[in-house]
Design a protein around this ligand. Structure first.
Ligand SMILES: Cc1cc2nc3c(=O)[nH]c(=O)nc-3n(C[C@H](O)[C@H](O)[C@H](O)COP(=O)(O)OP(=O)(O)OC[C@H]3O[C@@H](n4cnc5c(N)ncnc54)[C@H](O)[C@@H]3O)c2cc1C
Length: 675
């Protein structure tokens, strides 16, 4: 093959019609389709990849009918097809008119190489560092060279963002051996699909067998899980499986790979005019890892759009668009199970393969079934793991929290203000909330900086924490108005930080939101607020707040289509009809602490149980400190009804001061916080 390596001068002066950043599977499929439609003639094309592909690095398998365009167009590349499947050790089941087809990656790359030679396409082995646009148009920076292109196709390997709010990022990792058996024992037209009769080792693991002759097959161990399978572990499983099923054999080739199974966002700076392809365009189906057919049909759609002169960017699957719809929802449930209850995976797949016709399963995986068919499939599956996943998913929806708070608030209103029932139930909720999340969310500050308890740094950390606590206490004692101002200031900032992160507010809007919420809660309960403030150093809030004061936020939420924010504003307005302490308690526990808890969990990457257990020493310490505080704080002013609460809030002000400082580490590190 003739290789063209443009010189610096050449590259910077010539403008290409198409630049391909990455020349793997998706780019190859698109170039082949452009060629088939005669669109590469007199077209200046540059192919940029960081490596020159010279060997088989992947095996692409897909199912389709023989007459489908994909089988027709790629006929010369399909090196093998199976028309029957073996689901367990039982007899073969025909999948006709479908066939399971095999394309070796090297055949695809060589087909592209032929085009490069035949049409004189240009190739550059370089790393594309950047794709951008200036007044002259689109360009790429590759190994320091600035190269211009009218259209740029980007299929560079995607970088997945950390999962947020119920998203899952797993791996489908596999190790395969090409084996030759001594005797002819394989049925060359029957492939073995997901054989779960291997040790699960805490994951969901199975074996594929793709026979090519009666004594030659690719046997592959695959794991769906949060950890990539180690080669040594996979080899042990392969040895055992092959010895059991095929006896004596020799290994002639090894294949190893890993495909992301993810419904998180892909990091991408959207440059107008750039078209994403392949994995970067979310073509890998999260629950299966299959992408080849999606990429082929996307290539066809891109070429059809070029022929019609349409805007190609419309073919970029944005994250939001991609993960809407029922199939995305099913994928997310399965991913949730595979991540959180991996032991259930085998049971689910075995039941699926046992009870549902294979052609229907393949149609379902192609996202071509209708709802009736979907229900008939789900009916055959074990329900419990899906219902649990559904419950987990629902509670992670951003509207769930404000919805529950709205229901609770209405419930408390219905019980009647200050009625014994309201008092008992609200106190119960408040107490359980404080123990479960209110105090614990502030009792893991010792882990935030380094992610673990550092015995060397611990004494200094505790001393600093107590000093900040004492400093705030002294200000309260000597200059209460100043203490109140500082307390309101950092509380507004801190509340705004947590809520603002959730709703992607800019820091300024977040601060405005935090301040509004605080003043709203206090101002709509002015009598109670001032009664408590009076016990905290003869303080008072000069102005009250009408219920409608939150309406501008409601309007803003409607305009910005922020449904969870709308619900939050509505429940805050309802909360002005219940006593201050319950309204504040619901906000502090149900909104602030729960939201912060999720951010802390994402920061520490620990389970809820672990975080709660880690919080225990400081949680206990907080109760002890509170008891000491009540005992030691001079009580001569505490003569009013609300004195207990006044003291409680002074304590809260003191202990939350170092917490607010510590939590800043979490928010500084969170990339989804809008600026
Ligand atoms: C081992 C394996 C087996 C698979 N088997 C199947 C299967 O059987 N069926 C199926 O449907 N799907 C399969 N997939 C999933 C999917 O089809 C493949 O991942 C496919 O290769 C994705 O195509 P792509 O073009 O997005 O990425 P790739 O084919 O990986 O191409 C990306 C290219 O970009 C280049 N690149 C990356 N960064 C840069 C940079 N900064 N500058 C320049 N070049 C860069 C890379 O070198 C690479 O050549 C498999 C995936 C793997 C990993």
């Amino acid at each position: 093959m003739q290789e063209h390596m443009p010189s610096d001068r050449y590259v910077t002066t010539l403008k290409y019609d198409y630049i391909f950043c990455g020349t793997g599977a998706s780019a190859s499929l698109l170039l082949l389709e452009l060629y088939r439609k005669n669109l590469l003639k007199e077209t200046k094309v540059l192919l940029v990849d960081q490596v020159m592909k010279t060997s088989r690095d992947k095996t692409f398998c897909f199912w389709a009918e023989e007459g489908d365009p994909i089988c027709q167009d790629l006929k010369s590349l399909i090196s093998y097809s199976w028309d029957a499947v073996n689901l367990s050790d039982h007899s073969a089941i025909s999948i006709l008119p479908l066939k399971y087809n095999h394309v070796s990656s090297i055949d695809l790359y060589q087909e592209l190489n032929k085009l490069v030679d035949q049409l004189g396409l240009q190739r550059l082995i370089a790393t594309v560092e950047n794709i951008n646009k200036d007044e002259e148009g689109l360009y790429i920076i590759a190994d320091g060279l600035k190269i211009r292109g009218k259209k740029i196709f980007d299929s560079r390997t995607p970088i997945y963002q950390p999962p947020i709010r119920g998203e899952v990022h797993l791996y489908q990792s596999f190790v395969g051996w090409m084996i030759e058996t001594e005797s002819e024992i394989l049925q060359p037209h029957t492939f073995r699909f997901m054989d779960f009769e291997i040790e699960q080792q805490g994951f969901t693991q199975f074996v594929y067998v793709l026979p090519f002759t009666p004594n030659k097959a690719l046997v592959e161990v695959t794991r769906f899980g949060a950890e990539v399978i180690k080669v040594g572990d996979a080899e042990l499983l392969l040895k055992k499986y092959i010895a059991h099923h095929f006896g004596k054999h020799t290994v002639t080739d090894v294949e190893q790979g890993c495909i992301p199974m993810s419904n998180t966002k892909i990091a991408y700076d959207i440059t107008p005019g750039v078209v994403t392809l392949g994995a970067k365009n979310y073509h890998i189906k999260p629950s299966t890892g299959y992408a080849f057919k999606n990429m082929y049909y996307h290539a066809k759609a891109v070429v059809a759009s070029i022929q019609k002169g349409e805007n190609l960017e419309l073919l970029n699957s944005l994250h939001e668009k991609k993960f809407i719809g029922r199939f995305a929802f099913y994928d997310s449930l399965l991913l949730d199970i595979l991540k959180n209850r991996p032991g259930q995976g085998k049971h689910i797949f075995v039941e699926l393969l046992r009870n549902v016709e294979i052609k229907k399963i393949l149609k379902f995986l192609d996202e071509k079934t209708n709802i009736k068919e979907d229900i008939s499939i789900f009916y055959q599956l074990p329900w419990a793991p899906f219902l649990t996943a559904l419950f987990h998913k629902t509670i992670r929806y951003s509207w769930f929290q404000p919805l529950i708070l709205t229901i609770l608030t209405i419930f408390l209103i219905v019980l009647g203000n200050k009625s014994p029932l309201q008092t008992n139930i609200a106190n119960g909720i408040f107490f359980v909330g404080l123990i479960s999340v209110g105090i614990p969310h502030g009792a893991v500050d010792h882990l935030l900086e380094t992610g673990k308890w550092d015995f060397k740094k611990a004494p200094l950390f505790i001393v600093k924490y107590l000093l900040l606590f004492a400093l705030m206490g002294m200000i309260w004692y000597f200059i209460p108005p100043l203490a109140l101002t500082i307390f309101i200031g950092y509380s507004a900032w801190h509340f705004g930080q947590a809520d603002g992160d959730q709703w992607q507010f800019s820091p300024l809007i977040a601060m405005l939101w935090g301040t509004s919420v605080l003043f709203y809660l206090l101002g709509t309960h002015i009598t109670e607020t001032n009664a408590i403030l009076a016990t905290m150093g003869q303080l008072s809030l000069p102005i009250s707040c009408p219920v409608w004061a939150m309406l501008p936020w409601l309007l803003w939420a409607v305009i910005r289509k922020k449904f969870p924010l709308m619900l939050t504003v509505i429940w805050l307005m309802l909360a002005s009809y219940i006593p201050l302490l319950y309204a504040f308690g619901l906000y502090f526990i149900g909104q602030h602490s729960l939201t912060s808890w999720q951010h802390i969990q994402a920061h520490l990457k620990l389970s809820h149980k672990h975080i709660w257990l880690h919080s225990l020493p400081f949680h206990g310490g907080a109760w002890f400190l509170m008891a000491a505080f009540y005992f030691l704080w001079p009580s001569q002013d505490m003569v009013y009804d609300y004195s207990q609460w006044g003291l409680f809030f002074i304590f809260i002000a003191c202990i939350s001061f170092p917490h607010v400082v510590a939590m800043h580490v979490v928010y500084k590190g969170r990339s989804n916080f809008n600026s």
